[in-house]
Design a protein around this ligand. Structure first.
Ligand code: IPE
Ligand code: IPE
Ligand code: MG
Length: 256
């Protein structure tokens, strides 16, 4: 495809997406950096570098489309089990991303938040994450939620601990209360979760919040998941019928 053809495809997809109701919250499992690198004879670390470079254009596009929240799974609790060289490279990339993008994201009015057991990270990452969160706290543009040292089960465990510490009695515990004690309390549940690299599993991501999310799996590895692939995934989502337990007839009559 020539650049001109790609641009025209992109423009058409943007128009289609904008005409069909943009999701409020899109979450992404950025998978396949290792296989992308292996296919090219590169080290896994080069795959992660390419993956990190891919984030910017997708956040920009999400913002342009009017998506309100974008959540990126950058490092899971289980990822600590990888070789130490890879773990430290990932931590360096995450730190570099936070520092490098801060001013530009702030200028664009982005809010930056972090989900995960952040206190277990290195003092440098904790400090830079806090600086970004505080700097951008009052911004009103898209919210970028970065999941680092994140696990869906640990998020629920941590919420239960907080609920016990503040002394909420059992009869007062509702689904809303649990939602309020998650890492980012006012984050709406994701409408759409995209996973790249063809894997069809949730890998401990947003376990509480994914109850009624639509899942779209892209065969592309994360570094190749470009704006056109993102727009195509949004179109797949828009063509789905979300029923929330009801019948299709009920959904159609409520729309009419
Ligand atoms: C996703 O790519 C990045 C992280 C999990 C941090 P992977 O590193 O999992 O890539 P594959 O799955 O090995 O191809
Ligand atoms: C999920 O990818 C975690 C992130 C993208 C950060 P993994 O590559 O770690 O997931 P599994 O191990 O294949 O399930
Ligand atoms: Mg993987």
């Amino acid at each position: 495809m020539t650049d001109e053809e790609r641009n025209s495809l992109k423009e058409n997809l943007v128009e289609e997406v904008l005409n069909s109701g943009v999701p409020e919250h899109v979450a992404m499992i950025m998978d396949g950096n290792g296989r992308w690198a292996k296919d090219r004879g590169f080290t896994r670390i080069r795959g992660h570098q390419a993956g990190a470079r891919n984030v910017k254009r997708l956040v920009q596009l999400a913002d342009d489309l009017g998506i309100r929240h974008i959540t990126l799974y950058a490092f899971s609790i289980e990822n600590w089990a990888r070789p130490w060289l890879e773990v430290s490279a990932l931590m360096r990339l995450i730190l570099a991303y936070i520092i490098r993008e801060r001013n530009e994201l702030h200028k664009k009015g982005v809010r930056f938040r972090f989900l995960g057991r952040i206190s277990e990270l290195s003092p440098r990452i904790i400090e830079e994450a806090q600086r970004s969160t505080e700097l951008m706290a009052k911004n009103t543009g898209i919210t970028l939620n970065l999941c680092i040292n994140y696990g869906g089960r640990s998020e629920i465990v941590d919420a239960i601990k907080k609920i016990i510490i503040v002394g909420i009695p059992p009869e007062k515990i509702t689904e809303e209360i649990i939602s309020q004690y998650l890492y980012v309390p006012d984050l709406p549940d994701p409408d759409l979760i995209i996973r790249t690299s063809g894997e069809m599993r949730i890998s401990n991501f947003l376990l509480w919040q994914c109850a009624y999310s639509e899942l779209v799996i892209s065969a592309k590895y994360w570094p190749d998941f470009d704006e056109i692939e993102f727009l195509k995934s949004l179109r797949v989502f828009q063509l789905r019928e979300r029923r929330f337990g009801k019948t299709s007839e009920q959904i159609i009559s409520s729309e009419g």
